[in-house]
Design a protein around this ligand. Structure first.
Ligand code: GLA
Length: 386
C-alpha cells in the first residue's frame, strides 16, 4: 500500500494540508483450523495476514463524523447526535458499530474525518469487516486517548458486530486481527482467551488462499442459524444445567450423551464442534512437531466435517477443495472462515505452487464457471498505529 497516495486522497477529499491525519492499520485473518468453534467456547488457530485495512483519521471542530473509503464510491457525513442510528448499506455500519461501543464506555466522540482503504478481497471470508472494526477501535482509542487493551478492543468489536450489525459471531476474527503475530498462528482458547503463538511457516511449503469468488450471500442469517442450533444442542445436552459450552464435552462424553439431542441436524452440528476441537489440538501438536502430513489430514477432516455435519461448504468450496487435493505436493485443503462461499486454503509444496494455481484454476472454472483467485498467505502482525 502506498501511504503517500492515501494521504494525497485524504487532502483532496478534506483539504487543509497543514494538519496531518494519523494512520492506522488492521490486518485480515485466515484460519488454519478450528471453524465454528469460537462461539462454542472452543479452540481456533488463525493467523493475521499482510492484507488489511488502512485508516487515516483527523480530529475536527465540527459536530460531525465524515466517512469515506477508497474501495467504494461511498461517503457519509453523520452528525454526532445520529451516530447510534443504523445506516442503509452494509459497510458504514461496521465503523458505526464500534463508535457506538465507545459511546457506551462514556468516551466522548468528537468531530472526525476518516478515510478507509482496504486491500482484503471483500466478502471472501478473510474478515474484511472485523478488520474495519478493529482499525476503527485502535484509531478511536488513540485519538481520544482512551486506554484499553488489545484484547478488550477485540471483545468490544465483537459486541459491536453482535449488537449493532446483528451477526452473532465469536471472538476469533477480532482476536486474531488484534493479537496476530508475524511468527505464527494464534492457538486460542475462545472461552478463557488464553493463547499461544505456534510457528506456522512450514519450510518448503506455502499456504495458498483460494478465493472461490462465490459471494457469501445470506451468510449472516445462515450463520446465526448455526449459532442457534448449537445453543439448542447445548440445552439438550445440559440436563443438569452444568454445561457452559459445547466445547466442555470430549468426543467420548458426547458420544455417550448424544441421544439426548432428538433433532438429527442439531446432533450433527454438535458433533462437528466437538470433533473440530479435537482436530485443533491434534493440529497444534502436529505443527509443533513438524508432522506435516498429519496436519494436512486434519485440515482435510475439518473440511469434510464442515461439509457433512455442519453443512456450510456448498458446491464452490467443495469443488475447489476437491480439485486442490488432486494436485501433487498438496498436503491438505479446507474451507476457511464462516463458509457458504468465500475462501479455502491449501498447504502446497512451494515448488508446485505455480502448477497448482494453473490446474486448480482451470478445473474449478470449468466446473463452476467462476474464475478463482489465488494468494500466497504471508503471516503478519496485528492491528497498530503506523
Ligand atoms: C466467521 C465468524 C467467526 C467464526 C468463523 C467460523 O468468520 O466471524 O467468529 O465463527 O466465521 O469459524
Amino acid at each position: 500500500m502506498d501511504s503517500t497516495l492515501l494521504f494525497k486522497e485524504f487532502y483532496q477529499l478534506y483539504g487543509n494540508e497543514n494538519v496531518a491525519p494519523e494512520l492506522f492499520f488492521a490486518p485480515g485473518r485466515v484460519n488454519l483450523i478450528g471453524e465454528h468453534t469460537d462461539y462454542n467456547g472452543g479452540y481456533v488457530l488463525p493467523c493475521a495476514i499482510s492484507y488489511g485495512t488502512y485508516l487515516l483519521v483527523r480530529k475536527i471542530d465540527a459536530p460531525v463524523v465524515k466517512f469515506a473509503t477508497t474501495n467504494f464510491d461511498l461517503k457519509a457525513n453523520i452528525s454526532l447526535s445520529d451516530l447510534h442510528i443504523k445506516q442503509p448499506g452494509k459497510w458504514i455500519n461496521y465503523p458505526l458499530a464500534v463508535i457506538d461501543q465507545f459511546v457506551k464506555l462514556n468516551v466522548e466522540i468528537k468531530g472526525l474525518e476518516l478515510l478507509y482503504s482496504g486491500n482484503i478481497p471483500n466478502g471472501a471470508g478473510l474478515s474484511s469487516s472485523a478488520s474495519i472494526e478493529m482499525v476503527t477501535a485502535v484509531a478511536l482509542s488513540n485519538v481520544f486517548n482512551y486506554k484499553i487493551s488489545m484484547v478488550d478492543m477485540a471483545k468490544l468489536s465483537r459486541r459491536a458486530e453482535n449488537d449493532f450489525v446483528g451477526m452473532n459471531c465469536g471472538i476469533m476474527d477480532m482476536f486474531a486481527i488484534g493479537m496476530g503475530h508475524k511468527n505464527g498462528a494464534l492457538f486460542l482458547n475462545c472461552r478463557t482467551y488464553e493463547y499461544d503463538v505456534i510457528p506456522a511457516n512450514v519450510a518448503g511449503y506455502s499456504l495458498v488462499i483460494m478465493n472461490t469468488n462465490k459471494r457469501r450471500g445470506l451468510t449472516d442469517s445462515k450463520y446465526n442459524e448455526r449459532v442457534a442450533e448449537c445453543q439448542a444442542a447445548l440445552d439438550a445436552l445440559s440436563v443438569d444445567g452444568k454445561l457452559i459450552d459445547l466445547s466442555d464435552l470430549s468426543l467420548e462424553e458426547f458420544t455417550k450423551r448424544q441421544q439426548l439431542i432428538k433433532d438429527e441436524t442439531v446432533r450433527k452440528r454438535a458433533h462437528h464442534v466437538i470433533s473440530e476441537n479435537a482436530r485443533v489440538l491434534g493440529a497444534v501438536e502436529a505443527l509443533k512437531n513438524n508432522r506435516i502430513a498429519e496436519f494436512g489430514q486434519l485440515m482435510n477432516a475439518s473440511h469434510d466435517s464442515l461439509r457433512t455435519d455442519y453443512e456450510v461448504t456448498g458446491f464452490e468450496l467443495d469443488t475447489i477443495v476437491n480439485e486442490a487435493r488432486k494436485i501433487d505436493g498438496v498436503i491438505g485443503a479446507r474451507m476457511t472462515g464462516a463458509g457458504f462461499g468465500g475462501c479455502a486454503i491449501a498447504l502446497v509444496k512451494s515448488e508446485n505452487v505455480d502448477e497448482f494455481c494453473k490446474v486448480v484454476g482451470k478445473n474449478y472454472e470449468e466446473k463452476t464457471s467462476l474464475k478463482p483467485d489465488f494468494y500466497i498467505a504471508e503471516i503478519g502482525d496485528g492491528a497498530r498505529k503506523l
